[in-house]
Design a protein around this ligand. Sequence first.
Ligand SMILES: [Ca+2]
Ligand SMILES: [Ca+2]
Length: 339
Amino acid sequence: MNKRRLALFAALLALLAVAAWMGLGAQTSRHTKAERLQCALPAQDATAPHPGMAWVPGGSFAFGDTVYPEEQPVHPTRVAGFWMDRTEVTNAEFAEFVKATAYVTVAERAVDTRLHPGLSAEMRLPGAVVFVMPNDVKGTGSVTQWWRYIPGANWRHPGGPDTRIDGRGAFPVVTVTFEDASAYAKWKGHQLPSEAQWEWAARAGNTGAAADHDQPKDANTWQGLFPVANSAEDGFVGLAPAGCYPPNAWGLFDMMGNAWELTRDAYTSTHADGEATTPDQVPPDLRPRSNGQLVIKGGSFLCAPNYCMRYRSGARQPQDDDLGASHLGFRTVLLAPGP
Ligand SMILES: [Ca+2]
Ligand SMILES: [Ca+2]
């Protein structure tokens, strides 16, 4: 991940921004309450065949939305039933995987200079991109004012080397890449969702046009003027533990907001370019075929109405497949008979 890739990452986010920079002044965040470290999830039936997962029935729906160009055209898509993790994969769950397999995430490895030649000394170091809230925004609002490549940032230290996840086992694991998430999913006997599976699961039975355009009230997003004023009316300035808000009608938590979620589909600039995989196809090899960018879904704690209205089921965003970020996690799916 060299400077060119970071610049590309920055440029993509900038392109996705809603222009709302005029008049931004220095403001500070307001932390509303002591941080909660865990939220109790409702118990599952003891006979549930796949603990921690919810059944998503098959169906046809209007895939896509009309808010941003990349969500279009809306078109009918059919998805067969599947099981899906009730929550984003947590630090505790990912730690079990690492303990069992000694897996080393991409953000913890030396950067491959053959893949990314011409790196600066800093960019050669293992790390990830971290959101750092600025006091104000200068000029045209380049995202490099709040996104920084921090050596030493990884899933154990998601805010940089001075941060830790002790006591935060219930939080979603972040700064993981497509390769990391795929390795976890494979270890579980699962896979990453396709974009269509994810979107259908988020619709929770709405087969028609997406009706979730407003900023959700029961989700961890951003209230205030991003990136300089975060009133945290939803209770969380940053990430929340998994499952702090009510689930959708199919029992899935935090589909909107909290951490963005990786899919297995390569990113295309519109739906007209076609999906990388058919909705239910099991990818033979989990490497995306395209330019190394994947679709991520659901938005995050950083999505605000003035900047990133991607706290919607139909929203989508590209993500470099080998670059971890402090707002990015995942959940898995399992193709198995329904209940
Ligand atoms: Ca929030
Ligand atoms: Ca999420």
